[in-house]
Design a protein around this ligand. Structure first.
Ligand code: NAP
Length: 293
């Protein structure tokens, strides 16, 4: 069994990005700039945004966090989005989800200029991804694809079972892996909460991508010998730790790992790959703006 080390892989990608930034600075250009909008005070969202800020610092990007109160109205948020769309000093920006219930998330996503949509959530970018056109691939699927690529894992002709059909993970990764591309060329099955007998699908999978948010869902008897298992899940479960919780993935790692050819750990697998992919998208936006792509 080989551990798919997202931490090490992302560190090496970060170093490559940092070297590119140094190159731009040597030419007298400004740094790439990522902005995050954080509405409210959700603990997990604050952690994710802090991680993104830290990552920006590591690769030499400027980063700004726009912290708005939970009482922000939809109109106020849309005005901030419009302002960032026009702000030439910002290459890309993200709106940390989830948003407070009184704000229509889809409306806000659609207000972001596709050229600054480094999360890849705008329908134009999602459509481009579905068509196999150049776009901002949303960070988590981008990170998974990169990890498969970096480890030289063959995907052509393989059966991939994706557990979860969300717009940010399940659907785009299913799309990418079924595309006529490398990594890609998989036969993909998407399972969700209405799928019956999920284990019948997972047992025939060469590659399992678990993105459900149900800790320990994938058990050893659901996985065939030699499978590649990618665990996207991040759930905070109460624990007697300093923070009062620990992070659990969707895979029962200790029982499943011995059967796998490759498996991602949680934490240290898909998580760091997601963040570095956001950095790659921001660099892509910066280059496009400066006609460097
Ligand atoms: P989501 O929007 O809640 O979607 C979860 C999907 O799993 C849904 O399609 C749901 O089915 C399905 N599902 C839930 N329980 C199920 C069950 N018991 N059996 C079968 N299907 C079930 O979640 P998400 O945003 O895709 O995220 C999934 C997990 O990945 C979460 O733990 C999240 O925190 C984590 N995540 C991690 C990263 C990272 O960087 N590592 C990034 C993003 C998300 P229905 O559609 O039928 O409801």
């Amino acid at each position: 069994m080989i551990l798919l080390d997202g931490k090490a892989t992302s560190a090496s990608l970060q170093a490559q990005i940092a070297a590119e930034v140094d190159f731009f600075l040597d030419k007298g250009w400004r740094r790439p700039h990522l902005t995050a909008i954080l509405v409210g005070d959700d603990g997990a969202s604050q952690t994710y945004v802090a991680n993104k800020e830290r990552s920006c610092k590591k690769v030499g990007f400027d980063s700004t966090v726009l912290r708005l109160p939970a009482s922000t109205t939809e109109e106020e948020l849309l005005n901030e989005v419009k302002r960032l769309n026009r702000d030439d000093s910002v290459d890309g920006f993200i709106i940390q989800l989830p948003l407070p219930k009184h704000i229509d998330e889809q409306k806000v996503i659609e207000a972001v200029s596709p050229s600054k949509d480094v999360d890849g959530f705008h329908p134009e970018n999602v459509g481009r991804l579905c068509l196999g056109l150049d776009t901002f691939i949303s960070a988590t699927p981008y990170g998974i694809i990169t990890l498969l690529e970096e480890y030289g894992i063959e995907t052509r002709g393989k059966h991939c079972v994706v557990l979860g059909r969300s717009n940010i993970v399940g659907r785009p990764i299913a799309n990418l892996l079924s595309a006529k591309a490398r990594p890609g060329d998989c036969t993909v099955t998407i399972c969700h909460s209405r799928t019956q007998n999920i284990e019948e699908y997972t047992r025939s999978a060469d590659i399992i991508i678990a993105a459900l948010g149900v800790p320990g869902f994938v058990k050893a008897d659901m996985v065939k010998e030699g499978a590649v298992v990618i665990d996207v899940g991040i759930t905070r479960v109460p624990a007697e730790t300093e923070k009062g919780y620990r992070i659990m993935g969707d895979v029962d790692f200790d029982a499943v790992a011995p059967k796998c050819s490759y498996i991602t750990p949680v934490p240290g697998g898909v998580g760091p790959m997601t963040i570095v992919s956001l950095m790659r998208n921001t660099l892509k936006a910066y280059k496009a703006k400066h006609n460097l792509a």
